[in-house]
Design a binder for this molecule. Sequence first.
Ligand SMILES: [Fe+2]
Ligand SMILES: [Fe+2]
Length: 290
Amino acid sequence: MADFLSAYSIQHWLESCPQGYLEDTVYGHGASEAEAPLLLENDVIRQDAIRTTVQLVVGERCALAASAGLINAAPDPGSKCFLATQTLDEARHVEVFTQRLFDLGVKKGELEDVIKQYANPHLVKFAEVLLEKVDKKDFVSGVVGQNIVLEGMAFSVFEMMHAINKEVNPKFGHTLAGTIADERRHVGFGENRIGSLIKQYPNKKAEIERMQKEMSYHMLATFADAFRDTEAIDELERIGQARAHAEYQGADLGKLDPAQMEHLLADTVLKEFKVRLGRIGLDYQTPARP
Ligand SMILES: [Fe+2]
Ligand SMILES: [Fe+2]
């Protein structure tokens, strides 16, 4: 427990995160960095970036509500302190992705309307399944839903987006890199804290596995919608702009069509779920393919 406490302490968080990789950042990126000109000049690509960023804000708002709610459900002081740091991380993620919407031209007064217009209904449902557990102060289900399922998904999505953006849009690439570093810590907490609790409450396994299956279904449906709706790749072709090479999971994303990208992302996330759930003693449940 001593290692667990020091690795997830507020002191460790201060040293590695605000005084570490976030030092000197402004909304997660360098002070002088701006969005890539193409995103600001081309309306189709800009709208596509807005729609994608809205999903990030929706996901991070869910993580903020979940991590804050779980503080009071946590059975031990170490978990409460860690979740307090996570709550600030998630609030920061909400803030940096909201700021990106403003950078992409969304007016402050339009923010909630834009989010409502673009939020994927399956992602909203995904969040509701998790927040229902949090509202019941069900700590074990809440941590699995948040720190394994939600953040496992977020981690892989951010990594794919980071691969696509790091060369062509370093500003957003840097914002994503800091977020990925945070998510890695959150996923680690989920695995380290929950394994022993699952052993303690074996009767909760079936309920948690049902939740994972339902959340996974809505996640896959969100991916399917997102890659079907994207217009950026066709637009790049129309204006004669070559796609950048972007290595992700051994593939060059610059050569894949949206359906192939969707399958690669879905397979990557589901494989990760299986491994992480297995480590904490849960059996991964295959969702229906939407
Ligand atoms: Fe987050
Ligand atoms: Fe997180």
